[in-house]
Design a protein around this ligand. Structure first.
Ligand code: CTP
Length: 398
């Protein structure tokens, strides 16, 4: 039976860790909870004890109920240490080598993977001190699941929410199953919309938020890949530990993506690249006149199609956003662009993936195989896409 030591630190999201424990237990994982002092102000240890069905560890000098339950014993007890929620304080302490309570001492003594699920106010998450601590821990091999966007306990909207318990459970299980499955591989991800300039001020663009590509980049990083994220303009903060290449137009995206393509093992093309751009960019600002204004557009290059022609070892994953004939169009894109599989999403209607946190998705494979994933959070979709990529890599290696 797999075991996790779950560290709970003191944030309002501590109560949501109860659902994480419940989810892990349902998946057959034995969970041992360590709580910081502050965490016990938010949730009683008894709640975790009841749900984990194990004693809860709260103090460094607690009388052990079993012979080897001290910080070293606890560090050796699990196959993974998951800190959920992780406050800025606990991240800072671990980054600074401080081990002044049971949880940080357990982490200090760990030989197994340690993963953090941060949850905090957005200003704290974006604070350069916290970012530097996270970068440092990532460079030392600690893992992070990026906080989600949404309504925060402080009353603001922003990034800092603990991801959905189901997402954290899947993340933890993927580490337990040893999916550092992309270690040593380079994964190229494109994300977001492009902007095609009309004049010096105006542009044509689309409603892509970039979220899908950013999540794929984050999951690939968590699985050990070297990740390059070529991104059009978005309002998202980039995941730590990935190489970011910000671009604006389809032309710039093509240049950046094709430059990175030869060294890549996997390409996930989640960007919503403009298919047309103005034939010429008017210098300065176009002044309005009485009559209508005509814009003449020309086709942009299809980046994915070019990659499909160039590909040798690369696994190529494309997206198909369709307002009608989802399956047929996705199949034709897969063939035309020489892809390994396509993620097909409805676009434009009530289930449109554009700008949403969830997406109705269907994986379309060569030889007519399809996998209907239904409505899924994009975090889960990102995990599924990379699960399938890993399976392809394994079958090719055999
Ligand atoms: N794509 C690309 N370069 C383009 C346009 C699209 O690489 N100039 C990629 C997208 O990133 C996506 C896939 O191709 O992975 C499908 O994009 P989509 O816009 O849905 O399809 P198109 O090929 O543009 O076809 P259509 O306009 O007929 O829907």
């Amino acid at each position: 039976m797999k075991r996790i030591v779950l560290g709970v630190s003191g944030g309002i999201a501590a109560y949501r860790a109860l659902d994480v424990v419940r989810g892990l237990r349902r998946s057959g994982v034995d969970v041992h909870v360590v709580m910081t002092e502050a965490a016990q102000r938010f949730v009683a240890p008894l709640s975790f004890r009841t749900i984990s069905e194990n004693p809860v560890h709260t103090h460094m000098f607690q009388e052990p109920s079993q012979w080897n339950v001290n910080h070293v014993g606890l560090a050796e007890l699990g196959d993974l240490i998951l800190v959920c929620p992780a406050t800025a304080n606990v991240i800072g302490k671990v980054s600074g080598g401080i081990a002044d309570d049971l949880l940080t001492a357990v982490i200090m003594a760990a030989r197994v993977p340690v993963a953090f699920a941060p949850a905090m106010n957005e200003a704290m998450w974006l604070n350069p001190v916290v970012r530097a601590n996270v970068e440092r821990l990532l460079s030392l091999g600690y893992r992070f699941i990026e906080p989600a966007w949404g309504h925060l306990a402080c009353g603001h909207q922003g990034q800092g929410r603990l991801p959905e318990p189901q997402v954290i459970v899947e993340y933890a299980l993927s580490i337990l199953e040893g999916s550092g499955g992309l270690a040593g591989l380079k994964v190229l991800v494109t994300a977001g919309p492009t902007r095609e300039a009309i004049d010096s001020i105006r542009f044509l663009s689309n409603r892509s938020s970039g979220l899908m590509g950013y999540l794929v980049a984050e999951v690939a990083r968590n699985r050990g890949a070297e990740v390059v994220l070529v991104t059009g303009p978005t309002s998202l903060s980039p995941p730590h530990g990935v190489r970011l290449m910000p671009v604006e137009s389809a032309r710039e995206m093509r240049e950046a993506a094709l430059r990175e393509f030869p060294g890549a093992h996997v390409v996930v093309m989640a960007a919503a690249v403009a298919d047309y751009a103005p034939c010429r960019v008017v210098p300065g600002k176009i002044k309005k006149t009485e009559g209508p204004l005509e814009l003449r557009l020309e086709r942009t290059a299809d980046i994915l199609q070019e990659m499909g022609k160039l590909k040798d070892r690369q696994i190529l994953v494309g997206f198909a956003a369709e307002s009608e004939n989802l399956l047929e169009n996705a199949r034709s894109k897969m063939e035309r662009k020489n892809l390994d599989f396509v993620v097909a999403n409805p676009a434009g209607g009530p289930d449109s993936a554009f700008g949403a946190r969830e997406s109705r998705a269907m994986l379309v494979w060569p030889q007519g195989k399809t996998e209907d994933l239904g409505m899924v959070p994009k975090e889960v979709l990102a995990q599924t896409i990379l699960d399938r990529v890993e399976a392809l890599l394994v079958s090719r290696a055999q």
